[in-house]
Design a protein around this ligand. Structure first.
Ligand SMILES: [Ca+2]
Ligand SMILES: [Ca+2]
Length: 604
């Protein structure tokens, strides 16, 4: 992780609170009284610094968390200790500390008991280590609007802990309700003069706007991340990638951190890039001449319009059209805005004849990316990503009106439902033997693409089988989870997350257990891929050029038509290369005829 600015700072005064666990054993009042007697006071961690670093304080458990290099785990870790003048005595695990201390055999979750005396207070804390970055957020926040706050970011590989001025709000829709606890956050960083403070983490893009993803209702906490990894591993690039000089990404990247809010541990988050014009490398608005180029839109909620099923009158003077929100250009900068390109695609989907849709869908939609999204959502089962939690982008509305897709927010996938009402856990509607096409075809673009062109599903099927032994192998998908669980386990974050959130209302008061979830995911993926193999992406027979699961004279006719007049889109070239020699020619026609003849021989 790379931080860009350095200046010394303070951690706000730590106020002791009741111990959260184990509440089941005694009343809060009694517990508080007991703790108050034992912990006469816990004070700010700034009074004791380790290699210049102030620990992040969790007032819920009395834990001080220090972020140190990963290499320090599994061995002894020696830290220079700096005591503030007010500290008259300090010990760790009973050994007096003056200017340095060696933590023996640092392991995930292992605690070292600190005792510090000042003139008026006795400070007791359990020191733990992580090798993930730590982000401390201070302030009072809501879904909207942004509120001022302070953010301190501790990099395991450096000692800078500058307080950063920030504008912060909760991100998401249902996950941003006030009755939820582990909120996602939008973070916007600012310099002291009020200018945007660009920061880069994990070697990712430099930006002033970052998002912390909580995985609030996700029992694996990493579903969104694994989903994005799978998409990044196979999905087609946007149609304009071949002529845009920079690399567009139709997904966001990020990495793990541990978050504290007002000195309460909030657990494992993914610090992610932002989805915007910069991420997708859309052509910028021409301010000099007032000309629109790139456009980016996102549904806020599911509606008939967001599934391209109705085309109400556009509202270019507003930031929303029906349930679509204009992300770029920002309505605050460019008003009226341009919903026309999106509107035209919706209207075309609603009103075009079968023939017109068949002929012209490729001028409105980035078919390879739409096909990959079709495959991806069937693979993951993503009911929250049909008509919402997706971005539509146009590179340059002046040159090419095609919409492409960028993925977003895939927490509720792979057997995970979105509600936290307690009834959704491992819900049958997202079970491994559910054919997701029924849900996906509520979206009229996918419904019509499947209806007018069998090769849409056909080519998705071929893509599925080309990836079946690698990216889509259930063992390789489960291995992604295993690797992330191992990662969180080996820095101790897994148990900190469990201690903080297991049994919470966000999880329908259910137990958080990563081993159980891994077993669930293994079962779900093994059964789901077997189901897809046999029921959804059913392999086509050899010679079935037109994807109707039959090999007959229609395939021969189509193939000859194609050879006489090659046309984009009427045939899948891989299927047409029936003898699989890399060329499409008359020998393939002969091969199809041989297949047909052999069927007749088989029947005799
Ligand atoms: Ca056929
Ligand atoms: Ca051939």
């Amino acid at each position: 992780m790379v931080l860009t600015d350095k200046k010394s700072g303070i951690i706000p005064k730590f106020v002791p609170k009741y111990q959260k666990y184990p509440l089941c054993l005694m009343s809060t009042t009694r517990l508080f009284t007991l703790l108050a007697a034992v912990l006469l006071a816990i004070s700010t961690s700034a009074q004791v610094r380790f290699n210049g670093q102030k620990a992040a304080v969790d007032s819920l458990t009395g834990t001080w968390l220090l972020s140190i290099p990963r290499a320090a785990f599994g061995s002894d870790y020696t830290a220079d200790v700096l005591l503030e003048a007010s500290v008259t005595y300090c010990s760790i695990d009973g050994q007096e500390v003056t200017d340095s201390y060696t933590f023996s055999n640092v392991q995930p979750g292992v605690t070292y008991r600190l005792l510090a005396l000042t003139g008026s207070d006795t400070v007791k804390a359990n020191i733990q280590f992580t090798y993930w970055p730590v982000i401390q957020i201070y302030g009072t926040f809501a879904k909207r609007p942004y509120s001022g706050g302070t953010v301190i970011i501790t990099d395991p590989d450096s000692c800078g802990q500058d307080p950063i001025s920030a504008r912060v709000r909760w991100a998401g829709s249902s996950t941003a309700e006030t009755n939820r606890k582990k909120h996602n956050f939008h973070l916007k960083f600012y310099n002291k003069d009020g200018s945007k403070k660009e920061m880069s983490f994990f070697g990712l893009r430099s930006d002033f706007h970052w998002r912390l993803d909580a995985g609030q209702v996700d029992f694996a906490r990493v579903r969104n991340r694994v989903a994005k990894d799978i998409w990044a591993a196979f999905a087609s690039k946007p149609y304009y990638a071949s002529y845009e000089s920079k690399t567009p990404r139709n997904y966001v990247r990020g990495d793990f951190v541990e978050v504290f809010l007002n000195d309460e541990y909030m657990g494992i988050y993914s610090l992610n890039e932002h989805m915007d014009r910069q991420q997708l490398k859309l052509k910028p608005y021409d301010y000099d001449n007032g000309v629109f180029h790139g456009g980016l839109w996102k549904p806020m909620k599911w509606s008939n319009a967001t599934i391209f099923g109705s085309n109400p009158t556009i509202t270019p003077n507003q930031k929303t059209w029906d349930q679509f929100y204009v992300k770029y250009p920002n309505i605050d900068d460019v008003k009226p805005t341009n919903f026309q390109t999106l509107y035209d695609a919706v209207k075309f989907t609603c009103n075009s004849t079968v023939q017109a849709f068949s002929d012209s869908a490729k001028y409105y939609f980035d078919i390879p990316v739409f096909r990959d999204y079709y495959l991806f959502t069937i693979l993951l089962q993503a009911p929250d990503n049909v008509g919402k939690n997706v971005y539509y982008a146009c590179y340059d509305v002046q040159a090419d009106k095609r919409l492409t897709i960028a993925i977003w927010d895939l927490d509720c996938t792979q057997g995970q439902y979105w509600s936290n009402d307690g009834s959704y856990y491992h819900h049958s509607s997202v079970g491994p033997e559910v054919d997701f096409r029924a849900t996906l075809k509520n979206h009229k673009v996918f419904k019509r693409l499947c209806q007018v062109d069998p090769s849409f599903h056909g080519m998705a099927t071929e893509r599925y089988w080309s990836l079946r032994a690698t990216t889509f192998n259930p063992d390789s998908i489960v291995a992604r989870y295993k690797a992330y669980f191992d990662e969180m386990k080996s820095c101790g974050a897994d148990n900190r997350e469990i201690t903080r959130w297991s049994g919470s209302t966000d999880l329908g008061k259910r137990i958080l257990n990563f081993e159980d979830e891994l077993a669930y995911l293994h079962d779900w993926w093994t059964r789901h891929i077997a189901f897809l193999d046999e029921n959804v992406f059913i392999p086509y027979p050899e010679g079935d050029v037109n994807f109707d699961y039959e090999v007959n004279i229609k395939d021969v006719t189509l193939l000859i038509d194609y050879l006489l007049s090659p046309r984009e889109g009427i045939i899948n070239e891989k299927r047409a290369d029936c003898d699989n020699n890399g060329h499409i020619n008359i020998a393939d026609v002969t091969h199809v005829i041989d297949v047909i003849l052999s069927q007749h021989i088989d029947l005799q």
